[in-house]
Design a protein around this ligand. Sequence first.
Ligand code: MRU
Length: 366
Amino acid sequence: MSQLEAIVWKDGQLKILDQLLLPTKSVHLRIETVQQGWQAIQKMQVRGAPAIAIVGCLSIAAELQATLGDESPGAQHPDCESLHNYVSFSLAHLVTARPTAVNMRTEADALTKYSSSVRNTCTVAEMKVKLIEWCKNLLAEDVATNKRLGDHGMQSILDDAQKESREKVTLVTICNTGSLATAGYGTALGVVRSLHAKEKLGGLFMLETRPYMQGARLTAFEAVVENWPNSTLVCDGAVGALLNTHKVDAAVVGADRVAANGDTANKIGTYQLAVLCAAHKVPFYVCTTATSIDMTLESGAAIPIEHRPQEEMTRVAGHRVAAPGIKCWNPAFDVTPARLITGGIVTEFGVFRPDQLKEAMASHNK
Ligand code: MRU
């Protein structure tokens, strides 16, 4: 098992790498039920928009796998209709675990549609196998789309660098959008992986990403494991000084939900990074698979923002750091307006300006 494998499906069992324990401990946790999947997502033992959706779906697959062979009239799912209802109900529950990332809802809609389309075509046992297969396929599909978007992002950034006769590029990122946030490879860190594979990565600055510390704990871990050159951790508050004093070719960030106009919800701190990039004329790229694009929302104003418990701010690794009695404001995400996404929105279909997104998605959904 690779150190960076966040989601493992093997012999009909689902295991996730407990990201609350990284980087000091690598512990894989077995998920046997939908409720355990919901809790792991809510507690952020697994996190990152694509990983949340894949684990949610696979938690259903794990339950179905455990009941394969028990299709008697008294069984939990005696017929295809009741199995379909159970799957739809479980998906609706999983969507509630974390509200900002849209991926769980995207996959819930797709799996509900698939379940509905097969329910009249097979036996209960066959339907379970089909649903399990559908969920398992998400793993390979996610890696494939990540690789495609990684290569598109790489090309766009290298095209700009060539205009300045620069061979290698230095990037800045926030949060963790890599192997640990996906089925493997990553979105913004997928661009980093593609650049590194072509020996075009000069360096990577990563913001700590208070308060959950995805940058310090997870992206730094990926960078060290992968031996990315000149990987450097930066305090969130140091990013203005960083851009003022260092040559940074581009910012690459992920997305939890992109609205139809390109406004993007991502990890708290992304908006200030975008503002600072605009002030320092550093191209700002949102890197995302189409599963995080929500064409039902016109703008970012309608994106629900998750607020997390104040203990995430008042304590670091279990130790209290904030004065007892202080009030806390702890939004987990912010919205970056489309006008600040100056590099483009990098997807598996190519790189688009925010104002091209609607048309681009419409042509791929045909
Ligand atoms: O709270 P998290 O860790 O789930 O937030 C993760 C992010 O904001 C990522 O940038 C986003 O989900 C994209 S991960 C490929």
